[in-house]
Ligand binder design. Structure first.
Ligand code: GLY
Ligand code: MN
Length: 459
């Protein structure tokens, strides 16, 4: 019995270990293979759109200095990330479409002295292994890299944008790449890539859709926890802490954009992000937040009363925005113009504000909603995408709002009321799917959740 037990134990431990190794190795290998496969398919799609005999050149984003010795956390240029999966600075990607296609990546070599400060870098071998790219060279090789100019008819360069043009490295790289083409007298075109890539990035693949669903699910959990936790003792930055705690604890690496937590008069500031005010009973809080998961953003706004109960005026404005948002969402389907859901929502807002006596004519509406209703979401929270027609695979926001700052030309009982409601909508073949449906938004559901105990504050 004892022996049997021992044997059984040993067997089960060994079995467990073997299973662990197989599953863990698979998961590791699977996820990096999935990533490499995904980025390779993005390059292939772009290469298919380029004319024959062409070369396309991209630069990584430059680091940005915050102050003195401190930089902002590094954020890769979204096109560069899309095409490579590489998240470090000072790199160049060259795509070739000649009588063969090829992707050549130049990255800084590993450098143990600087890695003491920066942490481990990918380097040439790492880039080959992790990104699954065959042709990776050390950055200094770019000067001597020989391109068959005689076969090239078109050179496309993604222009250095305002964010990376300040970098000496990016500037030098760009000059050295340009010199390669000057000899053959080809003038690099800077306009094609910025118009092609948004068309690609706007249609999400299966993998991207899965990552965006996860980003949206985490963001909904953060909204729900905020509703459970919010009370009149809190500062806006404490509401932000609740949200960002949920993001990270559920596996989102970072907020996809600075979290907007604006209460009272700050609910009327569209991109308020200082989040410094103490919140008061009787105020509304606009929480416009988004988790970043695998580089993909969610962007979900809910508006909630700080003390857990909407006043009659707040509820009246809120329900107009909610009704407009639902009308806008129901107008989402493939084949309609990009701006159609927004137009439906705006018409609904105008009718609602007239009913409340806040405006008399449609052209007064812009006073109370100065922003657009929809944008694409993806690697960037305001993602690249064409402004023509909605297609299956697009993810857009529908985010109407009404903002009535103090001093507005209406009854003062409406002043300092800001309401925005925003969801992320996947356009499907049949119509749409709301990725952020899990965060409640009708008044009874919001108030009911606000009566529930906080999970993270222990009461
Ligand atoms: N989430 C901020 C915006 O859409 O502008
Ligand atoms: Mn948005």
């Amino acid at each position: 019995m004892l022996l049997k037990n021992c044997l059984y134990r040993r067997l089960s431990l060994t079995t467990f270990f073997v299973i662990y190794l197989v599953v863990f190795a698979r998961a590791q290998d699977g996820s990096s293979a999935v990533l490499a496969g995904f980025h390779s398919s993005c390059r292939e799609k772009l290469l298919n759109m380029l004319p024959d005999s062409s070369v396309a050149v991209f630069f990584s984003a430059a680091p940005k200095n915050m102050s003195a010795d401190v930089d902002y956390p590094y954020h890769q240029d979204a096109d560069f990330y899309y095409l490579t999966g590489y998240r470090e600075p000072s790199a160049v990607l060259i795509l070739l479409k000649l009588d063969y296609t090829s992707a050549v990546l130049f990255v800084p070599p590993r450098d143990t002295a600087s890695e003491i400060w920066t942490g481990r870098r990918m380097g040439v071998e790492g880039a080959k292994k992790i990104l699954g790219m065959d042709t990776v060279f050390s950055l200094e090789k770019i000067e001597s890299y020989n391109i068959d100019n005689q076969y090239i008819k078109h050179v496309y360069i993604k222009p250095l944008n305002e964010y990376n043009s300040g970098s000496r490295v990016a500037g030098d790289l760009s000059k050295s790449v340009m010199r390669k083409f000057q000899a053959s007298g080809i003038k690099p075109d800077e306009s094609l890539l910025p118009s092609l890539i948004p068309v690609l990035r706007a249609v999400k693949s299966e993998e991207e859709t899965a990552w965006m669903k996860r980003a949206a699910a985490i963001t909904c959990d953060a909204q729900k926890e905020l509703m459970r936790t919010l009370d009149t003792s809190m500062y806006e930055y404490q509401a932000q802490a609740v949200v960002e705690y949920v993001f990270k604890s559920e596996g989102a690496e970072e907020p996809a954009f600075p979290s907007i937590l604006g209460s009272g008069e700050n609910s009327c500031i569209l991109h308020y992000e200082s989040n410094r005010k103490k919140m008061q009973g009787g105020e509304l809080l606009v929480a416009d937040i988004g988790a970043g998961y695998r580089g993909y953003a969610a962007d979900v706004t809910r508006t909630m009363p700080v003390n857990g109960k909407f006043s009659a005026e707040q509820a009246a404005v809120y329900n107009i925005v909610l009704h407009a948002q639902e009308a806008g969402i129901n107008a989402c389907r493939p084949g309609v113009p990009f701006g159609f859901p927004g137009k439906v929502a705006m018409d609904s807002l105008a009718a609602g504000l007239k009913r409340l006596g806040i405006i008399r004519e449609n052209d007064e509406l812009r006073k109370y909603i100065p922003h657009g209703i929809s944008h694409y979401v993806g690697l960037d929270v305001h993602d690249a995408g064409p402004a023509d027609t909605l297609r299956p695979g697009n993810v857009i926001t529908v985010e109407p709002g009404i903002y009535i700052p103090a001093g507005s030309p209406c009854d003062r009982k409406w002043w300092n009321t800001g309401v925005r409601i925003e969801d992320d909508i996947l356009i499907t073949g049949a119509g749409f799917e709301v990725l952020s449906a899990a965060a409640p938004k009708d008044i009874p559901s919001v108030e009911a959740l606000m009566r529930k105990p906080s999970r993270i504050r222990g009461r």
